[in-house]
Write a protein that binds this ligand. Structure first.
Ligand code: B12
Length: 538
């Protein structure tokens, strides 16, 4: 069978083509690779099928090229993968265009958003044959042999006799070592991790990729849907399997790896074995990961640093215990402080703090406390995002019961909490407090931690154009902005408020408007000349 796998990205959001090509001729992309479809591609190929991947971060494969290739290569199944609510409108548009161009091809959706909203997605997108829930590895193999009648393929939502059928849930796969390493070599792309991401994953211009060493997180934070996606469970690959993949990546020339695990720091024994394996096998790849501040693995931070862990990211969220409790974060300010200290004392080079502002019941004093707390912590980098609410999270459920969102009409939208929740501060107040807070924080950091700050800036200078670094520093001190400057687009390191606003607005677009966008595009038109260069068909 021939399978096409497409990773949908919001245009200009989280992945940018770099100006230069890699030595091997590949297009260089600043951003995270699409590890979801890369994982599935490896599985599908090992089973003897053909697989072609498309990542929409590649400017040479817009929708029209993908449709052209579908017509030309006639795949048996086209799998469309997307992570979040923000990319759903683009997935919808592409599915409709594909269906308009080819009435027979089988179309499948997968990923976190599709999983959590499977029935509604199936109803809203009748052109999609299968909405796939949860892990995709075994599911796609089962589906490929049952494309005509997936009645007994667990985890699929489809239509039979004009009725939406929800096949039984697939049992959570605990044996993650059975799957091959993701197929990273079949896209005509090379990834580099740099500042357009709002998180300094490893901060290196080396060939960069991601790995997933565990899945899930059992904690009940109200804004997160991962416990529901993973049925409250945490599953992990064995240390041997993880180290083997790192060796494989080193042999392929990768120099930076970010673990996209939801909570890498959960199991001390596993971390210890991974670090030991890295040192013993001579892996020198620099890596980054994230985890909770209450991790019991903190005594291993020195071992992690020795095994080339350069970046450690903590979900700190707030400097107000009241807000932390409201978010059901189940962590204390003292735990935050000691884990950041432990990481810095261990020699981890970049310790990052994720914060959220605009939380329910948060006052101006709480926000000020958050910025004062961030200043006190020995963090190297930080990000302050506005809290948003997505369907599938406990907070969404709360908003449904408080009548703030309509589960039937709003399910495919996402909102900044302050837009709908009267217990949040108004948007302009939040933005103003954030700007002021960032200014104070930057000034405080420069004054109190000059060595740490200068060291970090020197590292930035090595990996970013100087003007972007300057902009990054002066941004909080600039007055009210008037529009999106080129630098602002490029330097989305601290925040990318406007782009996020655009993405949020798009999720609010009704289907009728989307239809007109699709109608406006002539899906039957021939792809542009550059498209033919794709995969060497010139
Ligand atoms: C890494 C990551 C990112 C990276 C992007 C990585 C990339 N490839 O582009 C960055 C930092 C850029 C990012 C950005 C954002 N992210 Co994010 N991100 C994640 C994270 C931590 C891991 C995703 C991942 O790589 N998983 C590993 C791969 C192997 O899994 P997978 O893609 O899910 O694929 C598996 C299955 O889903 C399935 N599958 C997937 N596709 C298909 C298709 C078919 C046909 C089949 C059969 C199966 C299938 O099979 C795969 C293998 O089992 C997740 C949390 C999570 N655990 O999923 C959040 C997560 C997806 N992000 C989230 C959000 C909200 C965002 C942002 C909107 C944040 C913001 N406000 O700016 C943006 C939007 C990005 C976008 N364009 O969609 C939310 C989504 C919630 C929602 N309902 O929308 C999540 C779930 C985090 C959370 N806790 O809530 N993100």
């Amino acid at each position: 069978m021939r399978v096409f796998l497409i990773h949908i990205r919001d245009p200009q959001f989280y992945a940018l083509p770099a100006a230069s090509r890699a030595k091997n001729g590949n297009i260089r992309i600043m951003g995270f690779p699409p590890i979801g479809i890369m994982s599935l591609s490896a599985v599908v190929k090992r089973a003897g099928h053909e697989c072609v991947m498309f990542d929409q971060a590649n400017p040479e494969t817009p929708n029209e090229v993908i449709i052209y290739e579908i017509r030309r290569q006639k795949p048996d199944l086209v799998g469309i993968s997307f992570l979040s609510t923000t990319s759903y409108p683009y997935a919808k548009i592409l599915a409709r265009q594909i269906r308009a161009a080819d009435a027979r091809v089988r179309l499948a959706f997968g990923g976190v958003f599709a999983t959590l909203n499977h029935q509604l997605v199936k109803l809203q997108c009748p052109e999609v044959d299968f909405v796939c829930r949860g892990d995709g590895e075994q599911l796609i193999l089962d589906l490929l042999v049952k494309l005509d009648d997936p009645s007994d393929v667990a985890g699929v939502t489809w239509t039979k006799d004009r009725r939406v059928v929800q096949n039984p849930q697939r049992k959570l796969d605990r044996d993650l070592d059975q799957w091959p390493f993701p197929d990273r070599e079949s896209l005509p792309l090379d990834f580099i991790e740099s500042m357009p991401l709002d998180v300094p994953a490893v901060l290196s211009m080396e060939r960069f990729t991601t790995m997933q060493t565990s899945r899930g997180c059992p904690w009940p934070c109200v804004f997160c849907d991962i416990p529901i996606f993973n049925e409250g469970k945490w599953r992990a690959r064995s240390p041997q399997h993880v180290v083997a993949e790192l060796n494989h990546l080193q042999a392929l020339g990768y120099g930076g790896v970010y673990f996209v695990d939801d909570h890498f720091l959960l199991q001390p024994k596993r971390i210890e074995a991974i670090c030991k394996g890295i040192n013993e096998s001579g892996v020198t790849i620099q890596w980054g990961c994230e985890g909770r501040v209450d991790s019991t693995a903190q005594h291993l931070f020195p071992a992690m640093a020795k095994a080339h862990c350069r970046t450690l990211m903590f979900g700190i969220e707030s400097g107000s215990q009241k807000v932390l409790d409201r978010l059901k974060k189940e962590q204390t300010l003292a735990e935050v402080e000691s884990s950041v200290n432990n990481a810095k004392n261990a020699g981890i080079e970049i310790v990052h703090g994720f914060f959220v502002v605009g939380n329910p019941d948060e006052t101006v004093e709480d926000m000020r406390a958050t910025f004062a707390f961030a200043a006190k912590l020995r963090l190297d980098t930080f990000g302050f995002n506005r809290l948003c609410v997505y369907r599938g999270t406990p907070l969404w459920q709360e908003y449904v019961s408080r009548g703030l969102v309509d589960d039937g009409a709003d399910w495919y939208k996402y909102f900044k909490c302050s837009e709908i929740d009267p217990t949040c501060l108004p948007g302009p107040v939040i933005n103003n407090e954030r700007t002021m807070g960032l200014r104070r924080l930057f000034a405080y950091k420069l004054l109190h931690y000059p060595v740490q700050t200068l060291r970090l800036l020197r590292r930035f200078m090595r990996h970013m154009p100087a003007r972007d670094v300057v902009y990054l520093i002066v941004k909080p001190f600039l007055g009210k902005k008037r529009g999106l400057t080129r630098n602002e687009v490029l330097s989305r390191a601290v925040e990318h408020q406007m782009l996020k606003d655009a993405a949020a607005n798009l999720t609010n677009v009704p289907d009728t408007l989307l239809e007109s966008v699709v109608a406006g595009e002539d899906a039957s038109r021939e792809p542009r000349a550059y498209a033919l260069k794709f995969q060497g068909h010139s």
